[in-house]
Design a protein around this ligand. Sequence first.
Ligand code: G
Ligand code: G
Ligand code: G
Ligand code: MN
Ligand code: NA
Length: 242
Amino acid sequence: LELEQRLHQAVRTGEFQLHYQPIVALASGQPQMLEALIRWQHPDLGAVRPDEFIPMAEQTGLIHELGRWVLREACQRARDHHLTVTVNVSPIQLNAPDFVEDVRTALRQADLEPTRLKLEITEGAVIRNLQQARRMLQRLTRLGVQVALDDFGTGYSSLASLRTLPLDTVKIDRAFVRDLERAPAQQATVRAIIALAHALQLTVVAEGVETEGQRALLREMGCDCAQGYLLARPALLEELAL
Ligand code: G
Ligand code: G
Ligand code: G
Ligand code: MN
Ligand code: NA
């Protein structure tokens, strides 16, 4: 409970930071955009992982306030540094009626072109209620922002069943990338995801790229972009060599 109370204060006391991780085009090696990843520096406990505090923020409803802070911060940084940013969106946020207004407000306050913001939605959030998700994503894309399907492959949905969603990008979950060099079956799966995504005119990002072998294979498979420790670790914007 103490951690939970602390979480409530932490937005105001400035204990959150955004780290950014480049998403790099495989053909050119050029960074295309940055994924914003939240970090909490607790005064006593030190770094608390998002895996621990995001679920807590979701259960307590704080995710809405936290999400607004992430959007505001990421949009301002994108504007100031002429970048495109991607922001992770919790299923709880996606289902909130006010979420579209939160996005609109963040864009307006930062004076950021909507095309400079991409929202990452997990496959799980979408397949739980496809109809509602479609309506929400349509409202968001009408603002001009783009939408990426995050952690793809973990939710056991087929891309074909998602073809009616206004998506721009599919991010292949790092579990598929991890075994790419060892498991031929995994290679076939990734090839199939890329082929289907391209048939649906989606950009494909591979997550968790850690080795040269993985990068080479993904490039050969026609994957558009890669993200992972091989290319750059998440870091403060000031620390990234862009
Ligand atoms: O960066 P890291 O591996 O620690 O992220 C762990 C998890 O936290 C990932 O699933 C990531 O999507 C999620 N996450 C990181 N930043 C945010 C954020 O700003 N909002 C939400 N909802 N999730 C985030
Ligand atoms: O230079 P670039 O194409 O990245 O700029 C695109 C966006 O950045 C446009 O929305 C433009 O209005 C905005 N912009 C251009 N110059 C500046 C500047 O000096 N500061 C800030 N904050 N935004 C700028
Ligand atoms: O769920 P989401 O895909 O948003 O989570 C991204 C998470 O992946 C972040 O916590 C980020 O720190 C982590 N990450 C980024 N690159 C790598 C990588 O190359 N390997 C591993 N294991 N994790 C990574
Ligand atoms: Mn993500
Ligand atoms: Na992911």
